[in-house]
Design a protein around this ligand. Structure first.
Ligand SMILES: Nc1ncnc2c1ncn2[C@@H]1O[C@H](COP(=O)(O)OP(=O)(O)OP(=O)(O)O)[C@@H](O)[C@H]1O
Length: 378
């Protein structure tokens, strides 16, 4: 599998359970993808289809309708035997950890390594190394009954990660654990998976562990209700924090704003906004330079050159009118954009943002018109 290929790519996935002649749809037109190294948490009310989705990704069920590629394999086209082969490539951490009671922690981990053609020495070294890293170095010869719930779960993690799978599926890994053990367990899953660049799909009701996710997908009645990219949101917050127009926003306001921003890219020469058009979004210039041109009837002239950290496009949003200038990318440009609706919400909810934007607009309008008076903004 190439590194750019998604680990999981599902499209138009439908799944229904049949019983007593009736059929109940549990997944409804689900489109879902995961990139290598990504940690995705699936959450949602009981019965919303989370486990069904997880078991489909894990090749534990056959796809009924739609397409599902996992680790580059088209599960929707594979027979049962080939699905078993795919399963061997996946690490499973389930709530009922299915450890073998008669075997020690070491033997439980060793078993999963023995499915591969590793040397005896490597198997021993890897099992001991992992159990030690998971804090069970002193307990490698203990049987599951002699371990606490958290320790058993850690053995299950060692077993799931032993073969360095590119995909790890975890179903409620903290459900049977107290707060502290739950936190330790997810931190370990996160650290080990990041070390190996594994993707993790984790189903949970436990809101306390949502912070380990790069993305949080919420399922409701078998449909994806939201798909929030926390990692991207954090990166956007960081960009906004360094943008003067957003400098006085509180962390809460910044996060709220970042949630509504999209990344956009433009090539050299692209007109990002055009004078006379109705304005539909605000731009925050992240990278590259743009030139601002204004046409007052006597031809177009350059009025400003903007670099990263500047905003533009606020005028037409404030006046709910036309763009008063054309903005052309002078090189490849990347920007964040905010829709008018979100811009209006931000103006209403943050006095400081409102003031910063009005100040920018006032200064710029003066440049265009030479007027010393504040612009009419209604
Ligand atoms: N084997 C089955 N036969 C019939 N219906 C099933 C079966 N497994 C699950 N269901 C039903 O499918 C729906 C979705 O189940 P699923 O286990 O995927 O939900 P979930 O979101 O994981 O729920 P929970 O959070 O309670 O574990 C539920 O209404 C459940 O009752």
């Amino acid at each position: 599998m190439s590194t750019s290929e998604p680990t999981v790519l599902a499209s138009a996935l439908n799944y229904a359970f049949s019983s007593g002649g009736s059929s109940k749809r549990v997944l409804d037109s689900v489109d879902f993808e995961m990139q290598p190294g990504e940690i995705v948490i699936v959450t949602g009310p009981s019965g919303s289809g989370k486990t069904t989705l997880l078991t489909l990704v894990g090749a534990l069920r056959s796809v009924q309708q739609g397409e599902m590629f996992v680790l580059g394999k088209p599960l929707h086209q594979l027979d049962k035997r080939s699905l078993v082969d795919v399963r061997r490539e996946i690490g499973f951490i389930f709530q009922m950890h299915n450890l073998f009671d008669a075997l020690s922690a070491f033997e439980n981990v060793k078993m999963s390594l023995e499915l591969r053609k590793y040397s005896k020495e490597y198997i021993k070294k890897r099992a001991i190394e992992l159990l030690t890293e998971l804090g069970l170095g002193e307990r490698i010869d203990y049987k599951p009954q002699a371990l606490s719930g958290g320790q058993r779960q850690r053995v299950a993690i060692a077993r799931a990660l032993a073969n360095k799978p590119q995909l790890i599926l975890a179903d409620e890994p903290t459900a049977a654990l107290d707060r502290e053990s739950g936190r330790t367990v997810v931190n370990l899953i996160q650290r080990l998976a990041k070390q190996e660049q594994s993707s993790i799909l984790l189903v949970t009701h436990d809101n306390r562990i949502l912070d380990i996710a790069d993305r949080i997908v919420t399922l409701v009645d078998g449909r994806i209700e939201s798909d929030v990219n926390l990692a991207e949101r954090l990166r956007i917050c960081e960009i906004l924090r360094q943008t003067p127009a957003f400098r006085s926003l509180t962390p809460g306001e910044l996060t709220e704003m970042a949630e509504h921003m999209q990344r956009e890219t433009f090539a050299k020469g692209d007109a990002i906004v055009r004078q006379g058009e109705i304005g539909d979004r605000l731009f925050v210039l992240q990278q590259g330079v743009v030139e601002v041109f204004h046409d007052d009837g006597d031809g177009s002239r350059s009025v400003a050159s903007l670099e990263s950290g500047n905003v533009f496009g606020e005028g037409a949003l404030l006046t709910s009118g036309e763009r008063n200038a054309t903005v052309i990318a002078q090189e490849d440009v990347s920007a964040l954009s905010l829709t008018k609706e979100s811009f209006d919400q931000a103006l209403n909810s943050s006095v400081s943002f409102n003031q910063e934007i009005l100040q920018i607009h006032f200064t710029r309008t003066n440049v265009l018109t030479g007027s010393p008076h504040p612009p009419q903004t209604s």
